[in-house]
Design a protein around this ligand. Structure first.
Ligand code: GDP
Ligand code: MG
Length: 455
């Protein structure tokens, strides 16, 4: 078997409007890259920056690396509208090998910043901080795509001072949460200190350093984890389950181990079973300029090697769960083993206890697990925990609980929508629905309501 180091999988997270999408867009359009190196490859749900591109961008910053880079590139997860990457799981931990926590330097810590840090800490995911929107500092001189260390020298005294002040505020906040943080070029030991890279996602300032640091840290600290058996059967995690014109229900998957082949059988998690199916097609996005007909947005490939983002078309995926593992199997025995593994994982998270307790819904298996765990720690009983939008059935079930114990007759939803008929029934019958995209706030809102009801 051939061993190889794969691309680290990088998640970008942070509070809403702090610049996640802008940063990913910027990385996708990196100009220097397109001209002088391999350019950027678009995957399904991910963007790949080849290492040559990072090297070109690095220029004189290459000094920061101290040693050879053997990584083939960086794979950034970027499904739009999917803010909870942090809780996406893979065997033995988080799907993200490394994360970029983005903080608007002018707004500082916000609820989702804190929640992101908590999740990163729980999953032991290493991360670096991008202190974004430095161009908003009064009098800041913008130069597109410039390394921060070059750009900072062009700023006048006042602007430099203001940046320092804001950085120290951030460093103070991190200290309160138990982290020693510092501007990246002042970090002595990257295993003990959190590196902060000041950037402007909008103009690309500091993005070269950000990429170089991600590559350097991955190489240095994650090399063992990133070593894979290239030919082994693939393993991945479902980002999204999507209906596609002409293809039926498909799954968008990040493959983090092995090779997925067109003729493989795959096992994925479904509502209350493991789904075993044969792949119909492996699809990657066509280059944007080649899409002439929206029905033909994808190219078929025969195989993909980790790490990669790929769309899988196969029969029977209607019930597949976002966040579930995908395991390729090449023999009867492997199918059985995969089924067992996936079932045990689902059954530990998707539950229906019939107890008097709250109804819990979430967008992925991982976020459902995280929310259920928090509720457990607060001794809030759960009747049902499931992946998907809030349906009329959920409300009806909460209503039956309400008759026995009003304070548990509620539906809690994380990163999900409320179906229209569910909303109607809830309003008519007085079943409270709590939805949000910050776990601890969701629970706080619910607890505040319980308190109010008790008074
Ligand atoms: P997200 O919610 O974290 O994905 O945030 P977005 O990327 O959508 O950014 C929110 C808003 O902030 C948008 O209007 C962006 O144009 C703006 N923005 C993001 N990064 C920067 C930046 O570096 N400088 C400035 N001035 N605006 C930015
Ligand atoms: Mg966004």
């Amino acid at each position: 078997m051939t061993k190889r180091i794969r691309q680290p999988i990088i998640a970008v997270l942070g509070h809403v409007d702090h610049g996640k999408t802008t940063l990913l867009d910027r990385i996708r359009r990196t100009k220097v890259a397109a001209k002088e190196a391999g350019g950027i490859t678009q995957h399904i749900g991910a963007t790949e920056v080849p290492i040559d591109t990072v090297r070109t961008l690095a220029g004189p910053l290459i000094k920061l690396w101290k040693g050879e880079i053997k990584l083939p590139g960086l794979l950034f997860i970027d499904t739009p509208g999917h803010e909870a990457f942090t809780s996406l799981r893979a065997r033995g931990g988080s799907l993200a090998d490394l994360a970029v926590l983005i903080v608007d330097i002018n707004e500082g810590f916000q609820p989702q910043t804190i929640e992101s840090i908590e999740i990163l800490r729980k999953n032991r995911t290493p991360f670096i901080v991008a202190a974004n929107k430095i161009d908003r500092i009064k009098g800041w001189k913008v130069e597109e795509d410039e390394p921060f260390l070059v750009n900072i020298k062009k700023q006048d005294q006042r602007a430099q001072q203001e940046l320092e002040t804001k950085l120290w505020e951030l460093i103070g906040k991190f200290y309160e949460m138990g982290f020693n943080a510092n501007r990246f070029d002042r970090v002595q030991d990257f295993t003990r200190e959190l590196a902060i890279v000041p950037i402007s996602a909008k103009y690309g300032i500091g993005v070269p350093e950000l990429l170089v640091l991600i590559a350097g840290l991955s190489q240095k600290y994650l090399e063992q984890k990133l070593k894979i058996e290239v030919e082994g059967p693939a393993r991945g995690t479902i980002l999204e389950v999507r209906e596609e014109l002409g293809l039926g229900t498909t799954i968008d998957v990040i493959i983090y181990d092995g090779t997925l082949r067109k003729d493989d059988t795959i096992v994925v998690g479904g509502k209350d079973k493991a789904i075993v199916t044969k792949i119909r097609a492996l699809l990657k996005p066509k280059p944007l300029d080649e899409i002439r007909d929206p029905r033909f947005r994808f190219d078929q490939v025969d195989e993909v090697v980790a790490a990669a983002g790929i769309k899988i078309a196969a029969p029977g995926l209607e019930e597949a769960l976002a966040g579930s593992p995908v395991i390729a199997a090449r023999s009867e025995e492997e199918v059985e083993r995969a089924k067992e593994e996936i079932l045990s994982q689902i059954q530990s998270v998707v539950i229906s206890t019939g107890k008097v307790g709250v109804i819990v819904k979430a967008d992925t298996l991982g976020s459902l697990e995280a929310l259920s765990k928090e509720l457990g720690e607060k001794n809030i009983p759960i009747r049902k925990a499931d992946v998907g939008n809030i349906s009329k059935t959920d409300v009806m079930e909460a209503l039956s609980v309400k008759e026995e114990e009003p304070k548990y007759g509620v539906v809690l939803g994380f990163n999900v929508k409320v179906n229209e008929d569910a909303e109607e029934v809830a309003n008519a019958k007085g079943v409270p629905i709590f939805v949000g995209n910050i776990i601890y706030k969701l629970i706080e809102d619910y607890e505040a309501w319980v308190k109010e009801e008790e008074e």
